[in-house]
Design a protein around this ligand. Structure first.
Ligand SMILES: Nc1nc2c(c(=O)[nH]1)N[C@H]1C(S)=C(S)[C@@H](COP(=O)(O)O)O[C@H]1N2
Ligand SMILES: [Mo]
Length: 426
């Protein structure tokens, strides 16, 4: 390594290394995916605009934003889905991302009464109910407890809910985009509960939000004492207002509704409260009119993000990168299978990037596309041995009345022209 105090030698070295690397890669690609040398390319032969002006200085962008060429990479909502945008949802543009982390500005939003703008100086977190000492924590109080960092996915139980009765929305952003994956910094809820002293009959906790919806959910004390976090940072910086600034509850592997944002109170009780969001909502209506309650853990699931309806193959046949995400609320994802022919033949995808518990995982399948129509699907295996089911297998058990917890295998039809659409195969 060169001396950090003088950036110049390092710059020179890395530039030389870059040029050498560039040549090597160029050689390997010739005749495959890269353009052949010999045809003059104006992107090389002509002096580009940006080569001729002095760019913005270091004082121009105190908080950075993406390149203007990335303006299409945004959260999107589906207008007919909800009556108004305040109690609604938008979706993460999964097909535009790579790796496993969701950038803060692209994390889907789900709120029941809009975004609360909480003043951190007036933020209080109260713990009351079946405790020895009811306590109130300011932000400063929270920051004095030992912190932890963990990458976790948050998936709304309604993710893919519109697909129960058949293929509907054209794009993985809409079919699977009620998920994000973030590194949280926070204090284990266990430490705060221990500080208050949970009484022996304290078996449940009820986190409550400070927004106008005052969101509440019953959580068993075992989970609260296990891995829940009271988080104040996401991907290193303060939580975004959309995600519950200044404090939200993190409930790893469990449905997103329980991750109360703008967290202001945690009550300890001896039984669940049976509030609205755990009875009339976030309950699975089964065939025959019975209902399944308290389905907290998110089952293993996966989705091919590229190619997909919003991300067609535009380069023609030959070298092609297929990629996507897989996750499980019960552990890690050691394996993902991929099929190009609607499930007749399966091959193992290549997992890449870190494998964290209850986090998104990235998979790739690198193949030579012969230009023929494809029916692409992915199938996740989680670390408990559970294998993601087909939609028909799910329907056989759960009927078609459900909205929540649809983790069935998704199919994209990729046409000869590279365009893709949402279909089902049986
Ligand atoms: N206070 C409060 N917390 C809330 C909600 C809400 O409306 N208010 N929505 C819940 C639902 S249904 C989901 S899926 C997640 C969404 O988290 P996100 O907006 O960070 O994606 O937050 C949950 N926590
Ligand atoms: Mo949700």
């Amino acid at each position: 390594m060169s001396d950090n105090s003088d950036p110049k030698p390092a710059g020179v070295n890395s530039r030389r290394a870059f040029l050498k690397g560039g040549l090597a890669v160029g050689g390997a690609l010739a005749g495959a995916a890269a353009a052949r040398a010999g045809t003059p390319d104006p992107a090389i032969t002509e002096l580009q605009e940006w080569n001729q002006y002095l760019g913005d200085g270091v004082d121009a962008r105190p908080y950075g934003t993406p390149s203007e060429y990335e303006k299409h990479v945004v959260r999107r909502n589906v207008e007919w889905l909800t009556a108004d945008p305040v109690s609604s949802v938008n979706f993460t543009p999964l097909h535009e991302l790579d790796g496993i982390i969701t950038p803060n500005g692209l994390c889907f939003e789900r709120h029941h009464a809009g975004i609360a703008e909480v003043d951190p100086a007036k933020q209080r977190l109260m713990i009351n109910g079946l405790v020895d000492k009811p306590l109130i924590f300011t932000m400063q109080d929270l920051m004095r407890f030992p912190r932890q960092n963990h990458v976790y996915f948050l998936e709304c139980a309604a993710n893919s809910g519109m697909e129960w009765r058949g293929a509907q929305l054209n794009g993985c952003q809409y079919t699977h985009g009620m998920i994000h994956n973030v590194m949280y910094t926070g204090v284990p809820l266990r430490l705060l509960l221990e500080e208050a002293g949970v009484k022996t009959n304290g078996k449940w906790v009820l986190p409550e939000g400070a927004d106008a919806s005052a969101m509440t959910r019953s959580i068993p004390i075992e989970k609260a004492l296990d891995d829940c976090l009271v988080a104040f940072k996401m991907n290193g910086e303060a939580l975004r207002p959309e995600q519950g600034y200044p404090v939200r509850l993190v409930v790893p592997g469990w449905e997103g509704n329980m991750w109360v944002k703008w967290l202001r109170r945690i009550e300890v009780g001896d039984e669940p409260w049976h509030h609205r969001e755990e009875t009339s909502k976030y309950t699975d209506l089964l065939e025959g009119g019975t209902a399944r309650r308290f389905t907290w853990e998110m089952d293993a699931k996966s989705i091919i993000t590229n190619p997909s309806p919003q991300a067609p193959i535009t380069h023609g046949k030959g070298r092609t990168v297929l990629t996507g995400y897989a996750w499980s609320g019960r552990g890690t994802i050691p394996r993902v299978d991929v099929t190009l022919d609607g499930g007749k033949n399966w091959v193992q995808a290549r997992m890449d990037g870190p494998s964290f518990d209850k986090s998104l995982h990235r998979f790739y399948f690198d193949f030579d596309w012969d230009g023929r129509e494809l029916l692409v699907q992915s199938r996740a295996h989680d670390s408990t041995g559970y294998v993601q089911p087909t939609k028909d297998e799910l329907r056989a058990i759960r009927g078609e009345n459900s909205i929540y917890h649809n983790n069935g295998i998704q199919t994209w039809l990729v046409r000869e022209n590279g365009q893709a659409e949402n279909v089902e195969v049986s």
